[in-house]
Design a protein around this ligand. Structure first.
Ligand code: GN1
Ligand code: MG
Length: 362
């Protein structure tokens, strides 16, 4: 995308608050995140131009921006003090010392250092990419395990509490505010038939850990020149959670040969070589930390997070598309069908997936 001159007064005001000495600024939309609106901002000072990531922070989804910033700052400081082999997401503070600029209209804006020569992917093309992403998330997780979980704030309570999400889903179906429930009977029936998984996971009483909580493949930045991983990004949901949620999300987003909103369901099939590569990357940094219960439920975790994601997309479809941005009316429904097809493929391949985990842990 080309760099366009900054149009909006809000963007100009926000950048002025972070870079008061800038002589000229430009900004253009950047990235594929569903929740935060991101821009690449170019800040010119004399002969030099530096890029930054500017984001309009979504306070609907994260009602406590300061708590998110505190969590990110805490993890940044923690990892800076370690010999961590990846680049870190570095927050830029405004002249006021705050991590945010709050506009006249009450919008929150923040800035991070920009990763040059980086790219992200929404689906995996090669086992090597799955391996590298797994390795990065495994190392990231391992490096966070000496932070006492209570040190980070729970910025979205119950984020991976699927039983609570299940209750919310039942309420949304009853309310049926967009008059869509009848049209998705088949998808609802399927979720009902598998909802026990949410309760089984809850009953495992998994050990609380600091987790990324949004460990999808799109949140790994690769280096354009070397193809290696540069950084694990999108730290907004860093908070107490479960390692299995991270592994599950990485599997959900890496095993599917098509993107999560692709309607070609016949193409949705777990890629076993990608799963093996993912495990070979993710598990070694964590092998000494994982409990027997965690190790025994890695495949269940992939199914859990895939089913939870289907539940979240379906809840949003029935609610009338109030959470996830959609480009067309059935967008959330297509996402549901895609995730359910992936889940079913995981069910079919359960034995093969379990054998791969056993092999990698041995
Ligand atoms: C959202 O914003 P993004 O694209 O990183 C969502 C994740 C979902 C994901 C599905 C805070 O992540 O939980 O798994 O979409 N983030 C939030 O693509 O809800
Ligand atoms: Mg995110």
């Amino acid at each position: 995308m080309g760099i366009s001159p900054v149009q909006s007064k809000e963007i100009r005001d926000a950048l002025a608050c972070f870079f008061p000495e800038a002589e000229a600024v430009t900004a253009s939309p950047h990235g594929n995140g569903l929740i935060q609106r991101s821009y690449r901002a170019n800040i010119c000072r004399g002969e030099t131009t530096a890029s930054y990531l500017l984001q309009q922070f979504n306070t609907e989804v994260f009602p406590q921006p300061e708590a998110v910033a505190a969590n990110i700052g805490c993890v940044y400081r923690h990892l800076s003090g370690k010999d961590f082999p990846y680049a870190l997401l570095r927050p830029v503070y405004a002249l006021s010392g705050n991590a945010f600029f709050v506009s006249e209209t009450g919008d929150y804006w923040r800035v991070f250092e920009f990763f040059e020569h980086a790219f992200s992917i929404e689906k995996v093309h090669t086992p090597r990419a799955a391996f590298l992403a797994g390795q990065a998330f495994g190392a990231f997780s391992a490096a966070l395990q000496d932070i006492p979980p209570g040190l980070l704030r729970e910025t979205i309570p119950g984020f991976h509490d699927s039983t609570a999400r299940w209750e919310q889903f039942l309420n949304i179906v009853t309310a049926d505010p967009a008059d869509r429930a009848r049209s998705v009977q088949q998808e609802m029936d399927f979720l009902h038939s598998r909802s026990a998984l949410f309760f089984n996971i809850r009953d495992l009483a998994l050990p609380p850990r600091i987790a990324h909580n949004d460990a999808k493949i799109g949140n790994v930045l690769f280096d354009k020149n070397s193809g290696e991983v540069l950084a694990v990004i999108d730290w907004d949901t860093l908070m107490p959670g479960s390692i299995l949620a991270d592994f599950g999300d990485l599997a959900r987003s890496s095993l599917n040969p098509v993107e999560e909103d692709d309607s070609r369901l016949e193409s949705v099939q777990v890629q076993l070589p990608f799963f093996e590569a993912l495990c070979r990357g993710f598990l070694p940094p964590l092998a000494a930390l994982l409990t027997p219960v965690e190790k025994a439920h890695l495949v269940a975790a992939a199914q859990w997070i895939t089913l939870e994601q289907a539940l979240r997309f379906l809840s949003d479809y029935i609610a009338g598309d109030v959470y996830y941005p959609v480009r067309y009316a059935e967008h959330n429904l297509i996402r549901v069908r895609n995730q359910l097809a992936l889940f079913q493929s995981m069910e079919k391949e359960k034995v093969a997936l379990s054998e791969i985990v056993a092999e990698c842990l041995s």
